[in-house]
Design a protein around this ligand. Structure first.
Ligand code: AHR
Length: 344
């Protein structure tokens, strides 16, 4: 018995020694889960530790956003980033936020998967004195003392821009045999309950509200993924091929739907006018091929803005409650010229 206890103790000491050595060498902290990745090593005592919880990797937009957050951290020697991927599950995200609180990071930043359900964990961060920055997506809480600033796109305006573009351009683009009196529009929504899905839904309807010829005949979530966009578009076409317009809440779903439209023997961009949101490279390539008609920009390049805000916070500066990203609208006509300069 004594021997066994001695053995266990010796093993414990060895494990502890390995952990201490590993941490001292700047490796991952022992208590971190494998989903958390640290980027950047403290170069001096002015180190700022930022815990960032990302939604997942559902779209090209999201991957460009992750690259921007990680690569900008690498450029700033005073920033140590702890990055956690929630794999599109809110429970994972809340767990990551709690782990940042336990680790006493200096700032928490995250892109909320959906708008609701973050009240308790944000109150815990506030009680721990850790400032929170919302990036890309907002929450639906009325107590805005729970975060310092929101930085990202105005999703409602993106929806309005898409609706207005359709209203102003449909007659010019439609095939001669198509009617102008009744235009059947189908919609692929983003993740249910997410800010971009809610706001792009509302904005689009407001954008076309004085144009009663546009009838939204079907609307369903495609969860912001290419695979789901294809699957839902296949189902729409199976139910009724009489579709004049597709409005997709992001480019990935539109690209998936384009495949479904081609497989159904129709010409995307001609038989069905297609508009979407994000302005990723894939959308520009599809426009150059004539398969997509317009994309409304939503920039994922939030890294520089994020760490500027973090550094200001650490200096005790007050941040504006909202920092909007400025964005444009890209119709097919400008795609070839614009594609080479796209950063994502
Ligand atoms: O929150 C931004 C949205 O999330 C993008 O439009 C979409 O592509 C992403 O997954």
């Amino acid at each position: 018995m004594k021997l066994l206890a001695k053995g266990l103790m010796a093993r414990g000491i060895i494990t502890l020694a390995i952990l201490v050595a590993f941490t001292a060498c700047g490796g991952k902290k022992a208590e971190e889960s494998t989903e958390n990745t640290e980027i950047g090593v403290a170069k001096d005592k002015k180190e700022i530790v930022v815990g960032f919880s990302q939604i997942g990797a559902e779209s090209a937009w999201r991957m460009a956003n992750t690259t921007s957050i990680k690569s900008e951290a690498e450029k700033r020697p005073n920033i140590k980033l702890i990055f956690a991927d929630a794999q599109q599950k809110q429970e994972n995200q809340i767990k990551a936020l709690r782990s940042f609180i336990d680790q006493k990071v200096d700032v928490i930043a995250f892109s909320p998967i959906v708008e609701s359900g973050y009240g308790p964990v944000l109150k815990e961060a506030k009680a721990a004195g850790i400032p929170v920055i919302l990036t890309d997506r907002n929450v639906d809480l009325s107590d805005d003392s729970l975060w310092e600033t929101f930085m990202g796109s105005n999703f409602y305006e993106e929806g309005v821009k898409a609706g207005k573009w359709l209203k102003d351009n449909y007659d010019r683009l439609k095939l001669p045999e198509k009617s102008s009196d009744t235009v059947n529009v189908v919609e692929l929504q983003g993740t249910v309950g997410s800010a971009p899905a809610n706001d792009r839904f509302k904005g689009f309807r407001d954008g076309i509200k004085d144009a009663p010829q546009f009838k939204i005949t079907k609307t369903q979530t495609g969860d912001f993924t290419r695979a789901k966009g294809k699957e839902v578009m296949e189902a729409f076409l199976k139910a009724d091929k009489n579709i004049d317009v597709l409005y997709a809440h992001n480019d990935d779903m539109a690209l998936g739907a384009i495949q479904a439209i081609e497989e159904a023997g129709l010409k995307p961009g001609k038989d069905i006018i297609i508009l979407s949101v994000d302005a990723v490279r894939g959308a520009f390539e599809a426009m150059v091929e004539g398969k997509l008609n317009c994309t409304v920009e939503c920039s994922p390049l939030l890294g520089p803005q994020l760490y500027d805000a973090v550094e200001k916070l650490m200096k005790g500066e007050k941040l504006p409650k909202v920092i909007w990203t400025q964005e444009g609208v890209f119709p097919q006509e400008v795609a070839a010229k614009t594609l080479p300069s796209r950063q994502y």
